[in-house]
Design a protein around this ligand. Sequence first.
Ligand code: ADP
Length: 654
Amino acid sequence: MRDTSKIRTAWGAGWLWLLPRIAFVLFVAAVGALLWLSERTVREEQRAILISDVLWLEQDLRFQLSHNEELLGQIGPREAATPEIFEAHARTLLANKAGLRQILWLNADNEVKRIFPGFLDAAMVGEGQNAIPAPETLRLARSLGNATYSPAYPIVDGDWQFEVHVPVFRGGRLAGVTVGLYSVRHILNDAIPWWLAERYRISVIDTTGNHLGDRSKVEAAEDVNGYEIPFEPPGNGLSLHTAPYRTPAPLAGRLLGAALVLLAVIVLWSLWALRRHVQHRQLAEAALRTEHAFRKAMEDSLQTGMRARDLTGRITYVNPAFCRMVGWSADELVGRAPPMPYWPDEYFNETRNMHDRILAGQGPEDVFELKFKRSNGERFDVLIHEAPLIDAHGKQTGWMGSLIDVTERKRAEELAQQQQERLQATARLVAMGEMASSLAHELNQPLAAIASYNTGCLNMLESGSADPAELKAALAKSAAQAQRAGRVIRRIYEFVRRAEPKSEPCDLAEIVDEVLNLVDADARRLGVRIESKAAATLPHLQGDRVLIAQALLNLVRNAIDAMRALDKDRRVLTVAATAEGDAITVAIADRGCGISPAAASRLFEPFYTTKPEGMGMGLNICRSVVEAHHGRLWYEPNPDGGSIFRIRFPLPPP
Ligand code: ADP
C-alpha cells in the first residue's frame, strides 16, 4: 500500500518536473518560430518592394532611352549644318541627364561630321565606318532603319560605354545617323533617382557577369536578396542588378527579441532556482522525517510517562508509556480538561489542589509523589516532575510532566525491608541456636556444681550432723554458681540482641573448607567419604560468612544424615563450588535415600522434618540466608540416586 503510494508520488513528482521543462522547450520554440516568421515577413515585404522598385526603374530607364532615341532622331542634316546649332541641340539632350555623355552626327556616307562634347580628330574623320567605335551597329542601324544599340565596351577609368545609332531619314532617304554614347556610369548617376539609390545598390552587369558599373553608397547585403532584370532595349545582354542595403532590424523588433530572450532566461533561471529550492525543501523534509522517526522511536522506548498540558490544564500530548501506565489511550486522553479519569476519588482534593498549584506556577520545583488510578481501578504511586513548556518564540504554552510509576520500586523497597527483617530474624535464630548450645555448655558446669552443692547440703541435713557453717559455705558456693549461670545467660542474651548480619568479602572456597573440616570427624565416624570439588580460587562474595557457613553446614549435615542407612561403601558426599559467569554455584550431592516429590514440595516449610529429633528449621533458615544474599537455593534429585541441593550466589558487578 505504502509502496504504491510512494511510486505514485514519484510519478507525480516526475511529471511535475517534466511539465515545466516541456513548457519551456515549447516556449523557446514558439519564440523562435515567431522571430523567424516576422523576419521572413519583413524579408518578403522587402523583396516585394524591391521587385516593384526594380520594375519601375527598368520602365523608367526604358522610357528615358526611347525618349533619347526620339530626340536623337530629331537631329538631322539641317541641325548638323553648323557646329553651333548642333552643339545647342546636343547640349539640350545632354542636359536631360539621361546617361548620354557624347553625341555624334554621321552623314549619309558615315562620315563623322559633328561631335559634342569634344572635337573631331583625324581618326574620326577618316574612312566612314571605321571612324566610329561600333561599325557593326552602325551597319545594322542603317540596314534596319531603326535605332540600334551596340554591345558595351570598356573605356577609360573603368567605365563602360555603349552606343545607340539612330538613322535619320529625309524625304524617304537616309540623311545620316545620330550616334549617342551612353556611359554606364552616367546612366547610373543621372537616370537613377536618389531615393532609389538610397535603398539599393544598383549594378549593370553583362552576360558574363562582369560588373560594368555600380551605384552604391555602401556595401550591399548578400546577393541572395538581390533581383536581376534584363536591361532592354540595349538588348546586348545587359542586366540591372538591384540589391537592398543591409538595413538594421527595426529597434522595436530588436527590443522585442531581446525581451523574449531575457524572458526565456528569467524563466529558465526561476525554474532552476525553484528546483534548487524544492531540492532543499526535500532534503529538509527527509531530515525532518528522520528526526521525527528518531524522536518517535525514542518516545516509544521511554519508560517514563510524558504528559503535556496547555495553560488551561487541557491535555495536549501523552506518550505511549503514560498510556500504558494509566490504561487509557492517547485518543481518550488528548483534549481532556480536568478532572482527569486517572485521579483517584479518595485523593481527588489533593490531586486537584496540586493541579491548580502547578497551573498557577506554584507547583513544587522538585519531584513530588501522587497516587493515580489505572483504568482497571488499580491505584499506583507516581513520581512527577513538572516543567514549563516553552515554544519556539520563548513563550510558555503549557506544562510538560514526566511521570515514573514507582509502585514496583516501592514494592521492591518493602520487599527488601522485609528481607532485611527476615535476615535479622534468621540471624537471631542462628544466634539463638548458638546461644542454646553455648547455654547448654556454659550452664552445664555451674548447674552441675549447684546440683553437687545441693546434694552435699542434703546429705549433711539427712545425716543430722549438719554444721551450719559448712551448710552456709556450701549454699554460698551454690549461690555463686547460680550467679555465674545468670551472668552467662546475660552475656549470651546481650550477644544475641546485638547480632546483626554483616557484609564483608567472603571467600566461598575457604568457607566450604571450613565446613568440611567441621564435619570431618562425624563423617569419619559414619564412614562417609567426602569429595570436594571446590575450585582453589573463587571470586569473593559480599555477605556474612558465619551465616553462609551455617547454611552450608546444615546442608552437609542433612546429606550425611540421609546416608546413615546405606552400605558404607556407597556413602559418598560431593561438594562442588564453581564460578559460572556472574554467579557462584555450590552443589551438595549425596547418594542417600532421596526425597519423594511430595516431601520435596514441603522441604523448605518451617518445622517440616522427618527426623525424630529434628526441628525442621534447618532448610528454612538456609533458604532465608541464601535469599538474604540475593541468591537461590533449590533441590534436585541426584541422577546417581540421592539428592542435590544447589545454591546460586550472584556476584556483585565488577
Ligand atoms: P531437620 O534436619 O531438623 O529435619 P531440615 O529442614 O534440615 O530439618 O530438613 C527437613 C527434612 O528434609 C529432613 O527431616 C529430611 O527429611 C529432609 N532432608 C533434608 N536434607 C535431606 C537430604 N539430603 N536427603 C534426604 N532428605 C533430606
